[in-house]
Ligand binder design. Structure first.
Ligand code: SF4
Length: 378
């Protein structure tokens, strides 16, 4: 209880703020109280804590799937400046967005700190790097998205800067600013052109597919290339694909790269699944779905890394072997309940079921794939 005249501290004194659906940020208790005083608002589904990753935080930018730089051993680097989302797609593989049941924290990396990391890694990867901004969420929620594109494009080794987006925040002005900053391609998620089904697949009743179609046409007419990237959810939007292919062809998507990248729906343990949808295997996906549309529209839909100029390159060296035991220093709360983010050997280590929220903890590495470290206490 506060004494008379005393005031709650602002949240950002602890580098934490609250982000609500639509990307608005709440930085003080007064702002939070104003929005949560309505009994009909479910706070859990409405707010998400936001943790700022700054240089001072000393949290490394390699080792974590949620933010920083992910190198999977090719000429493509995944750049993850933030991980919040403003949609709640019922098939979301990472259970992101306002209706998430498992996420308790989002992260946002300071622009200069992120750039330092990319500038250090890019020379190791060599010329012709593609930087793909693909946070596990909506990258347009990152407040410095335009300067990020501009800075990435200025790195000597970087040939292509691309970005994924759900399109909801791509106004005409933003598209023009991204084009001017040097963005080469947007992979735009559109899963159906039918208003009701599009809203269902966005997990948002008020979702306006017409606005997304306008943004798509605007991108295709700009210097930015457009790739439409629907997720094929079996039994839900199969029959929407031909219409989407026609739309992509009509508006001129795929000026330099393929116009469509249809993605296979996968079921993940922590992801969401609409009803009883069963994932196809790769044979079914290619031969029962994709092959027919390839023939019908004379368009390549079975995409390979070579279609994007992506080649194999040495990966940043891993620093922990699987089953290795080590001490990590806890630096931040995890993305899911019970998880904490630790640091050791200049890498983030995600510690599941972590018994402490600060200090050191002894852990065993259970996964080190692509320099992404997951560990359990031991
Ligand atoms: S699928 Fe993409 S746009 Fe949809 S909720 Fe997940 S992160 Fe957001």
């Amino acid at each position: 209880m506060l004494a008379a005249g005393e005031r709650e501290p602002d949240l950002d004194e602890n580098r934490i703020e609250i982000m609500i659906a639509g990307g608005k940020r709440l930085r003080t208790w007064r702002e939070i109280n104003a929005i949560t005083r309505y009994p009909q608002v479910s706070i859990r589904s409405f707010i998400m804590s936001l943790f700022h990753i700054t240089r001072e935080s000393q949290i490394p930018l390699v080792g974590c799937i949620y933010f920083g730089v992910v190198d999977r051993g090719s000429s493509l680097l995944q750049i993850r400046p933030s991980c919040g989302c403003n949609l709640s797609c019922p098939f979301c593989s990472v259970d992101a967005g306002p209706h998430s049941r498992s996420r308790v924290m989002d992260y946002q990396v300071e622009l200069d700190y992120l750039m330092e990391a990319v500038e250090e890694i890019a020379p190791f990867k060599g010329p012709g790097v593609e930087c793909h901004i693909d946070s596990p969420g909506e990258p347009m929620l990152y407040p410095d998205i335009v300067p990020l594109v501009r800075h990435l494009k200025a790195i000597k080794e970087v040939g292509v800067v691309s970005m994924q987006s759900n399109g909801t925040l791509l106004s005409d002005e933003k598209i023009a600013a991204l084009a001017e900053a040097g963005l080469d391609r947007i992979n735009l998620s559109i899963h159906s052109l039918q208003p009701e089904k599009a809203a269902f697949l966005a997990g948002m009743p008020g979702f306006d597919i017409e606005r997304i179609k306008q943004a798509a046409a605007r991108i295709a007419g700009s210097s930015i290339d457009l790739l439409i990237a629907p997720v094929l959810v079996p039994g839900v939007n199969d029959e929407d694909m031909p219409e989407l292919i026609r739309f992509a062809q009509e508006i001129g998507a795929g000026k330099k790269w393929p116009p469509l990248g249809i993605q296979k729906y996968e079921h993940y343990r922590l992801g969401r699944s609409p009803g009883k949808v069963k994932a196809q295997n790769w044979w079914q996906f290619y031969n029962r779905s994709i092959a027919e549309w390839e023939k019908q529209f004379s368009i390549p839909l079975r995409l390979r890394p070579q279609d994007f100029g992506i080649e194999k390159r040495p990966a940043i060296p891993t620093v922990f072997e699987k089953k290795e035991k080590t001490w990590v220093e806890i630096k931040a709360p995890g993305w899911v309940s019970g998880e904490q983010l630790g640091m050791a050997k200049n890498r983030v280590v995600s510690v599941m079921d972590c018994p402490v929220e600060q200090g050191s903890v002894r852990v065993q590495i259970v996964s080190n794939k692509h320099n992404i470290y997951v560990a359990v206490p031991c």
